[in-house]
Write a protein of this length. Structure first.
Length: 351
């Protein structure tokens, strides 16, 4: 009897989570890190892990500081080339969020070698390399292991002037908040896994997640920009709360001004969401006040994990027009002013 060849499994079938939704919930992560040793013995370490910032920054000299980060996750999509592109763009985003210019990446690869066709794995690597080429940097090597679940990402490095490091702690009362990308990637990824995402929705998700956050370099050079972070696995609320805690301020977000990827709101109204959104809310919901006039889906949407999400800028009101212009000129037409920072305890109010 002739045996039919076994079809290769879908990438998302091999992972228990996908994209930045794989992140350990912020409350658990805080507990895990609370006893780590401080980096007080290294004065050249300008940014470490103490403020939950996007990357480490180490001063090399008076003109240069090294920005270093690593980011990897399980598949958010089944197309291997797209998976590689998304993971690479997501990793480089941390460099841009610090105001850095990427210079080099190393690939981090974990694949079930005896389960996935080698051609599939090669396409993942090609996708990551294509994004690095778009960023103008080489992949100089990396490390690979045979793992149960497919994993891909980068260790990325960049350069920034020590005086232009954009931390997530510098927001000031009176600042406005500007978001560079539309929200809803986690909702779309959940719909994809359930076979409920149409071609237009998939195309929108890929466009959003593979767009490099290059405006971060120019934005960090603006005197009126006080803080930058990127919105990823902890959702809009989680990363906004990091700005609040870093500066000791309250953020006021206007729900009606938030940009959403098309079809996201309809999907969540049909109970499509990720498990990570609930874990996110459980970790920080006590620090958020939602207006009773908001739709019932607001909590899920606001805590939705974003993969390769947009830059979140806290800037002086007079700099807002220039910030938006930099975004729009680089193809981020969805960038929008979404709220403001004000005095008060670290908290978020969504109106």
């Amino acid at each position: 009897m002739k045996m039919e060849p076994t079809a290769a499994p879908r990438l998302t079938e091999l992972s228990h989570g996908g994209g930045c939704g794989c992140k350990i919930a912020p409350g658990i992560l805080t507990e895990l890190l609370k006893n780590t040793l401080p980096a007080q013995a290294f004065p050249e370490l300008l940014v470490g892990s103490s403020t939950s910032d996007d990357a480490a920054v180490y001063r090399l000299n008076d003109e240069q500081a090294l920005v270093a980060t690593t980011d990897f996750f399980m598949p958010i999509v089944d197309d291997p080339y797209d998976f590689g592109r998304i993971a690479a763009a997501n990793a480089l985003s941390d460099i841009y969020a610090m105001g850095g210019k990427p210079i080099l990446a190393l690939a981090l690869v974990g694949m079930p070698i005896n389960v996935l066709p080698h051609e599939t794995i090669a396409r993942v690597l090609e996708g990551g390399a294509s994004i690095c080429a778009e960023a103008g940097i080489p992949i100089g090597g990396g490390h690979s292991i045979d793992s149960v679940e497919p994993i891909y990402g980068l260790a990325a490095m960049g350069i920034v002037h020590p005086d232009r490091v954009s931390r997530n702690t510098g927001a000031q009362a009176g600042d406005v908040l500007i978001l560079g990308k539309s929200l809803g990637v986690g909702i779309l990824s959940a719909a994809l896994k359930k076979g409920l995402l149409d071609e237009a929705g998939y195309a929108a998700m890929i466009t959003n997640t593979t767009q490099l956050n290059r405006p971060g370099v120019a934005l960090a050079a603006l005197p009126g920009v006080h803080a930058i972070t990127d919105v990823t696995g902890f959702g809009l609320l989680g990363h906004t709360l990091e700005l609040c805690r870093g500066a000791g301020l309250t953020a006021h977000i206007r729900y009606a001004d938030l940009p959403w990827i098309d079809s996201v709101q309809a999907l969540v109204e049909n109970s499509i969401h990720t498990g990570a959104s609930g874990r996110n809310w459980a970790s920080y919901g006590a620090s958020v006040t939602l207006s009773p006039t908001l739709p019932s889906t607001a909590q899920t949407l606001l805590s939705d994990p974003q993969t390769s999400g947009g830059l979140l800028i806290s800037c002086a009101p007079e700099a807002a027009e220039q910030v938006l212009a930099i975004f729009h000129e680089d193809g981020f037409g969805q960038a929008a002013q979404i709220g403001r920072m004000a005095g008060g305890e670290p908290h978020i109010v969504v109106m």
